[in-house]
Structures are given as C-alpha cells and as structure tokens.
Design a protein around this ligand. Structure first.
Ligand code: URA
Length: 434
C-alpha cells in the first residue's frame, strides 16, 4: 500500500477497502505518513466523501489508534451525551447531575473549547478547586458512590483524531460529514459508554448550516454507533442563536445552576429535558418520553438535581458552596453594557460571531495554547424575535482586559440583524433520529 495511490484513488472517486484505511490511520498516527499527504487525502474526502463502509472502517481504525475505556466494573447502562458544538450550550453541566439524580450512571470524558465554541472542562475549571483529571480507578469509585464523574479526555484516547483534527482545522477540511462523524463517534466509542445521545446542532453557530446536512450527519453517526454495539440516538437542535443567555465559563456555570434550581432560560431547560429524556429511555430507566420528562422536571423543580451537582463538585475537590452561592465563582473587575445602535425586532443572531466576541474577551481559545480567563464573557439581554429600542442594552460584557474590547464589541453587534416586523418563530428541537 502506498499513500499517493490512496490519495489518487479517492481523488478520482473510487472506494477504498477497509484494510487500506486501517493501514493509513495506523501509519499516520505512528508518524510514517506525513501531514502533507494526509492533508491531500482529507481534501479528496472533502470533495468525494466516504461511503458507509469506508466511514465505519475509518471510525474503527481511529478507535484502535489508542486506548479504549472499559466501564464494565460499574453496574447499569452507562450513558453519554455529546454536542457537535455550540455557543452558550451548557447542557452537559445540567444533564450530567440531572440524569445521575434519576439513577442512570454518567461516566463522561469531556474536552476543552476551541474557537467560538465552549468546552465542558473549561467550564468546570471555573469552579474553585475543581479537579478535571481523574484516574480510571477514581472514575469507577466516584460513579459507584455518587452516580457521576467527568474527566478531561486524555491524549491516549483516539490519538489519531488529535492529529487529524488539528490538520483539518488548518486545511479547511473540518466541514465534511464522514470526517466529523468518524471524529465524534470514534471518541464516543473509545470513551466506553453503552448508550450515546448526540445533540446535532444546526444553524449559523454550528458546523451544519442547514437541516438536510444536519440530518445526514445525525443518521451517519447513529448508524456508526449502532454498528459498534452502542445504543445511539441523535436530536437535531437549533444553533441559529446561542442556546442560553450566558457565554463564558463561570457565567455558564451560573446559568447551569439556575436551570438546576428549576429556573434559567426556558430554551436551555427545554433542550436539557429533551436530551435527558432520551438518555433515560436509552438506559431503560423510563417507559416513555412523557414519563422520562416528568421525572426530570420533578428532579429539577424539587432540588434533587442541584443536590447531585453539589455532591459532584465536592467529590471532584471543588467548593460545593458554589451550588448555593454562585457569587463565589470568579467575577470580572468590569461589567460594560453594550447597547443597540438602532431599534427593531431581532430577526437574526449569528451565534458564531457572539462566540468569537466572547473569545476575544478571553473566554475562549484562538489557538490550543491560548490561556482563558474563567470570569469573562457575555451576558445576553435579548433573544431572536425580541424587540429592542435604540440605545437599549443588548448585552453586558464581563471584562478584565480591555485590549480587544472594541473589536469584540463590533463583532458582537455584527451578529444582530434588526427588522421592522417580528420574524417567524423557529423550532428549538427539529427532530429525533433513531
Ligand atoms: N467535533 C468533533 O469532535 N470533531 C469534528 O470533526 C467536529 C466537531
């Protein structure tokens, strides 16, 4: 086998055999295939695609490039949840304790944010003292004790994806359905859950801009999960505007706490209930979606989900008082109100620009090595469809360093389109692919 031949055949639209894909991933991970050849191959895939068998072979080869977690020591169906990446998407911080409070064990490996999207590990690190690196033994012990543990993904989990994703990021080959599907699913399979609920985002702040492509990505991932013996379901949700009202790490923890207390933005609560119900159904912990939702609503409104979050923070070394006193989370020196330059109905909110504005303030990473400030971010005051008067606040920027303030403000304001008439309502949850 040789790489120029595989690149040429994919470029010409041929189908590769599973052993060829396995060879390529093994040699690339081991360093024998250089980045420039893999970059050419990825671009060929971007234009020609991969069929179902090729995508499955790629996913299997990626899983085999590293360690595979085995949680069989923990009784019960372990469920995991994954989002394809959004802005103000705090669902994991709500769902993990909520689903655990319903008696379903949650063993989760999460990542950090990059670019305009946030990462669960960065958010958890905003909690003073919280430890994000747990050993396998600590994970097992903690899940047995309190039903839930979250750790940062280790470098040894799908190392092929670490290399490939970094290369895709700089070669304009991220937005390819088979490449996204194999990247996401290889990590989910290697992370060892028995059941996986996928939150596939669609809209201006997501990788998938339209419903047809989101549906195709969801179908591809659900089929991959099933082929590899995992109960898998995907929910397609709206990412045309940020999901919650807070963008930034400590701010998003605060918002998750509000939802865990039975409040918070109704859109965030609704997506959590939809995904959570699917998690309970996959785990066999509820007989119908209606029953699952009612259980979860009771756990949010009755304080059990918040109590589980408190227990979870304490178990991972954080200050559990944060659950009742969010003011203990890091806060900025300055809070700057951003007002609307004109009046009108908000007819479009480009979530990606809001994520990028928060990143410029220091909430996210432009490159992997960037240092983030847990306290900074953007607190939104208006949503899609709201009316805003000229000079009325659109947001509050939480700021420690003014260096990029003006660029962030311009980017933020560019996210909004105002219209004289109210826009038509849009669904929050489009459909479930199972
Ligand atoms: N998230 C991933 O983990 N991989 C992708 O390719 C895109 C989003």
């Amino acid at each position: 086998m040789n790489m120029p031949d595989l690149i040429r055949r994919k470029r010409d639209g041929e189908t590769l055999r599973p052993p060829e894909i396995e060879w390529m991933i093994r040699e690339y991970t081991g360093g024998a295939i250089p980045d420039y050849q893999m970059a050419a191959f990825l671009m060929a895939v971007y234009f020609r695609g991969l069929n179902r068998e090729e995508t499955a072979a790629l996913t299997r080869a990626m899983v085999a490039s590293g360690e595979e977690m085995d949680w069989s020591a923990i009784p019960g169906v372990k469920v995991d949840k994954h989002s394809t990446g959004g802005v103000a998407d705090t669902t994991t911080l709500v769902l993990a304790p909520l689903v655990a409070a319903a008696g379903v064990p949650v063993v989760k490996m999460s990542g950090r944010g990059l670019g305009h999207t946030g990462g669960t590990i960065d958010k958890l690190e905003a909690i003073p003292g919280f430890r994000v690196h747990l050993s396998r033994e600590e994970m097992v012990r903690q899940v047995k004790e309190i039903g839930l543990a979250i750790t940062a993904q280790t470098g040894n989990l799908v190392p092929a994806d670490g290399k490939l994703y970094a290369l895709r990021d700089v070669t304009a080959t991220v937005e390819s359905i088979p490449l996204i599907a194999s990247s996401v699913m290889s990590k989910k399979i290697a992370a060892g859950a028995d059941a996986i609920v996928l939150d596939v985002k669609v809209g201006s702040g997501a990788f998938m801009p339209d419903l047809a492509s989101a549906r195709e990505l969801a179908r591809t991932m659900v089929d991959l999960g099933r082929e590899m013996g995992r109960r898998t379901v995907a929910v397609i949700t709206n990412m045309d505007e940020p999901l919650g009202m807070m963008v930034g790490n400590a701010l998003e923890v605060k918002e998750a706490l509000a939802v865990l207390r039975g409040g918070g933005p109704k859109e965030l609560r609704e997506v959590c209930l939809t995904l959570g119900a699917r998690m309970l159904l996959l785990a066999g912990a509820a007989g119908s979606e209606g029953e699952a939702r009612r259980r979860l609503e009771d756990l949010l409104d009755g304080g059990e989900a918040l109590a589980k979050f408190r227990q979870f923070i304490a178990a991972q070394g954080g200050n559990p008082e944060v659950a009742d006193r969010p003011e203990l989370l890091p806060a900025t020196r300055e809070q700057i109100t951003i007002t609307s330059p004109a009046g009108g109905y908000i007819s479009s909110v480009r979530a990606r620009l809001i994520g990028e504005a928060a990143m410029l303030l220091g909430a996210g990473r432009a490159i992997k090595e960037s240092v983030i400030d847990p306290a900074v971010g953007i607190e939104l005051k208006k949503r899609y469809g709201d009316y805003v008067n000229a000079s009325e606040p659109l947001a509050v920027f939480h700021v420690n360093d003014r260096t990029n303030l003006e660029t962030a403000r311009k980017k933020f304001l560019a996210a909004y389109t105002l219209a004289p008439e109210p826009p038509s309502p849009r669904p929050l949850v489009y459909e479930v692919i199972d």
